[in-house]
Design a protein around this ligand. Structure first.
Ligand SMILES: Nc1ncnc2c1ncn2[C@@H]1O[C@H](COP(=O)(O)OP(=O)(O)O)[C@@H](O)[C@H]1O
Ligand SMILES: [Mg+2]
Length: 335
């Protein structure tokens, strides 16, 4: 297949996207696909080999043009982390354009990107989440708003990833600064109770023809106090343990909870669902990532590998699902 691979983008996670896209490209090429890399710059302009691209909004299918030539492809694969890529925007563009798009659809992308919506939906079905409060730039947090909460607290932009804009605060005096940092990335933020010595357990998911499958569980051992940007991308002490060293029963329970969370949030494409585990082995849904990190050392491909599904098979299954979802039969059956 010919894959239009999107990377970069306008979000603060563009650097991470570029690293993930290089790995996705190598897996796709190893699996016999041809890749047309398209980089999106910080202003949202699309480029292929330094030529800027234009979208021609024709009927019935929109065309992508480099100069006067049409770029032909079978599937768009957005490897874009964060807003303007993982949040349903590019997925919506592809849907309107009539281009098969790998990964989550608009709804799963949009609710997965928003930590508040995701937690509201998941908790409404009885799945435990860490207590949190929501604030906006128009109505920012004050110390007294957090009187019922327990420090340390985590202050997070609602729609960001890679730990960008997140602070852990141990006392109220840092609240103003932490909120200011989070508001740099989103006008909507959440503040949640921190779990001391939280263990981080993750599960990879794939949805095919409405059937969800899950990987074994993995655990992150951050090389720092928590899994911040540095611990994620430039700390050799951070480790992934696969499978997670937890009891078989707990692992089964978390895996089935991950499938349920994914389904509640629309359950399309692929995802990684992350949980926090406290000292009593009680687990809490933390977030769902619809375009999780995808490098050779990332959790998502490694979890599948440990489940007996190679990176190349994961890619093929993702691509087949994108084609299936875009097929006219499915479209016409939607009521
Ligand atoms: N409530 C919490 N208690 C303890 N640690 C947390 C909590 N929330 C987040 N963290 C830490 O912060 C990291 C990043 O937070 P997360 O919600 O996963 O945001 P991101 O989408 O940026 O990955 C987590 O991997 C974990 O190390
Ligand atoms: Mg996370």
């Amino acid at each position: 297949m010919k894959i239009l691979l999107l990377s970069g983008g306008k979000s603060a996670e563009r650097e991470v996207s570029i690293v993930s896209a290089a790995f996705v490209q190598s897996v796709l090429e190893r699996s016999g696909h041809s890749v047309i890399p398209v980089s999106i710059d910080m202003y949202g302009q699309w480029f292929s080999e330094n030529d800027s691209l234009l979208i021609h909004t024709g009927h019935p299918v929109w065309k992508l043009l480099r100069g006067d030539s049409v770029i032909a492809f079978d599937v768009v694969f957005p490897v874009l982390h964060g807003p303007w890529g993982e949040d349903g925007s590019v997925q919506g563009l592809c849907m309107i354009a009539g281009w098969p798009c790998a990964g989550a659809d608009i709804m799963t992308s949009a609710v997965g990107m928003n930590k508040i919506t995701a937690k509201e939906l998941v908790s409404s079905r009885g799945i435990p989440v860490v207590p949190w409060k929501t604030f906006t730039v128009q109505s920012p947090p004050h110390t007294e708003d957090l009187a019922s909460m327990r420090y340390p607290l985590f202050v997070k932009p609602a729609r960001m990833g890679s730990s960008v804009g997140i602070s852990r605060i141990d006392s109220p005096e840092y609240l103003g600064e932490a909120a200011e940092i989070a508001f740099r990335f989103d006008s909507l933020i959440l503040i949640e109770n921190g779990i001391e010595k939280a263990r981080e357990i993750e599960v990879a998911l794939l949805s095919e023809s409405g059937i969800v499958s899950s990987s074994v569980t993995g655990e992150i051992l951050p090389g720092r106090q928590w899994y911040d940007y540095t611990a994620k991308y430039s700390c050799s002490e951070s480790k992934l343990l696969i499978p997670a060293p937890i009891s078989e029963d707990l692992s089964k329970e978390i895996r089935s909870c991950a499938e349920e969370c994914f389904s509640i949030l629309g359950g399309s494409g692929f995802a990684r669902v992350d949980f926090l585990l406290d000292r009593d082995d009680k687990y809490y849904f933390n977030e769902l990532n619809t375009i999780p990190g995808f490098t050779d050392i990332s959790m998502f491909p490694r979890l599948w590998d440990a489940t007996g599904v190679s990176p190349s098979e994961v890619m093929n299954r993702i691509l087949q699902e994108a084609l299936r979802r875009n097929s006219p039969n499915i479209e016409s059956s939607v009521k």
